[in-house]
Design a binder for this molecule. Structure first.
Ligand code: HAM
Length: 422
């Protein structure tokens, strides 16, 4: 019979890995709560135009990475490659801008990009992200960055490098862009094919290219920092002051340009040594024009996203000690038909009383059942044999210290709950 393979760039998340994922989600959710971010869920597919307009026609994502298809009625749909465009659509659609306070949202879910798979880069990946709408104040930029750092540190990551930049705004960017294009045209023959075609379409991306010859050729390129308008300069300086006040270390990287078109002013990335060639575990920034571009009012926004896949890699490479697999409370060993009947009932009642309980379903011998209890890291083992039943008492063994005690049959559940919860 034919055996099926998993599609390239996707992964099965087996139970052990899923426990790690749950941990990453749980820490994130705990921290979101402390910062007053509330969850939003949007569809996994949207009309293609949303991403073309939101993410930008000349980005790699829109040009070559989207999973786009027609539905049965001939509408063009796309599996979401990121979360920001969808959240902005929903923000406008549902008039969330009517909120007098900044609207602070988080989301968790799968995203899809047709990229070349490698460690930390998959075609389906799960992003955890936030978007905060309604304030241009750099204190919220600082909050968003602090939030990301807080989550990673709380997970136990240490080798983190926060890079920040200002990518300017529609006031200062055109002048800078012109100077950059002139410079890039002067070194055109040293640039890779992709970058040569980026000069006119998306020149700032050239600064971010990883190809050696492009990096060498753009070493002396003008940076946006020399061209920021007063507003952007002040905003950037204030952001740094807030970060300094909070004691959050950062590195300024004037070449940091994100791969999506919507950013204005603040852009940032968090890197971790352990994530192979890709390095970046989190990226984000401010997008002051996006809500209006998507048909809403002039509402500013800022956010970030990271993928669970990359955080999982970073946690593993830093060997962060995590005790994720909680052992079982009680394993019930039953020998014989009557004991099995009782075990079934006791196991059910223990579970009903919020204890984790397991029993044997394979009529195995005592020794095999004991081994199963060990594999499940049971804290207690309850032994129900024919003799014990006759004498109307059962044995409860504490697997930690080997102590055994006899408990009367009538009060098994009560007694175990009492002992296990002590
Ligand atoms: P992004 O830099 O494209 O930004 O992606 C953010 C994060 O998603 C990356 O740092 C990485 O952790 C993860 N990621 C991206 N592509 C892959 C992949 N193929 N495999 C595994 N992980 C991946 C955005 O998506 C923006 N929407 C972030 C944002 C929110 N900016 C403002 N608000």
């Amino acid at each position: 019979m034919k055996r099926f393979q998993i599609p390239r760039g996707t992964a099965d998340i087996l139970p052990e890995e899923a426990e790690l994922w749950n941990y990453i989600e749980q820490v994130s959710k705990d921290v979101f709560k402390r910062y007053s971010y509330r969850e939003i869920k949007t569809p996994i597919f949207e009309y293609t135009e949303l991403f073309q307009r939101g993410v930008g026609e000349t980005t790699d994502i829109v040009e070559k990475e989207m999973y786009t298809f027609e539905d049965r009625a001939g509408r063009s749909l796309t599996l979401r490659p990121e979360g920001t465009a969808s959240v902005v659509r929903s923000f406008v659609d549902n008039k969330l801008y009517a909120n007098p306070d900044p609207t602070k949202l988080f989301y968790i879910g799968p995203m899809f990009r047709y990229e070349r798979p490698q460690a930390g880069r998959t075609r389906q990946f799960t992003q955890i992200g936030v978007e905060a709408f309604g304030s241009t104040d750099p204190s919220i930029d600082a909050e968003v960055i602090a939030l990301a750092m807080n989550i990673f540190q709380e997970m136990g990551l240490k080798d983190l490098r926060l890079e920040i930049n200002s990518v300017g705004c529609p006031v200062c960017r055109p002048t800078y862009r012109e100077k950059l294009v002139t410079y890039l045209n002067g070194v055109k023959e040293h640039l890779c094919k992709d970058c040569q075609s980026r000069i006119d379409r998306n020149p700032m991306r050239v600064l971010d290219c990883k190809v050696d010859s492009c990096q060498a050729a753009t070493k002396e390129a003008p940076t946006i920092h020399q061209h920021l308008c007063d507003d952007c300069q002040t905003h950037y300086d204030q952001l740094k002051t807030y970060l300094n006040d909070m004691g959050i270390e950062y590195v300024e990287n004037p070449r940091l340009v994100r791969g999506l078109d919507y950013y204005t002013q603040t852009a940032f990335e968090i890197k971790s040594e352990g994530v192979g060639a890709v390095g970046t575990i989190c990226g984000g920034g401010r997008y002051n024009g996006l809500v209006e571009e998507m048909g809403g009012n002039d509402v500013p926004g800022i956010g970030f996203a990271f993928s669970i896949e990359r955080i999982a890699l970073a946690l593993k490479s830093e060997n962060v000690p995590l005790n994720l697999h909680q052992g079982l409370d009680v394993y019930t060993i039953a020998l014989g038909e009557a004991a099995k009947r009782l075990a079934t009932k006791v196991t059910y009642e223990l579970r009903n009383n919020k204890l984790s309980a397991e029993m044997d379903y394979l009529d195995r011998k005592m020794k095999a059942q004991m081994k199963a209890a060990d594999r499940l890291q049971a804290k207690f083992v309850l032994i129900l044999g024919e003799n014990e039943l006759k004498e109307e008492k059962v044995i409860l063994r504490n697997m930690g210290n080997g102590e055994q005690q006899e408990i009367p049959l009538q009060s098994i559940v009560e007694k175990i709950i009492q002992i296990a919860k002590a």
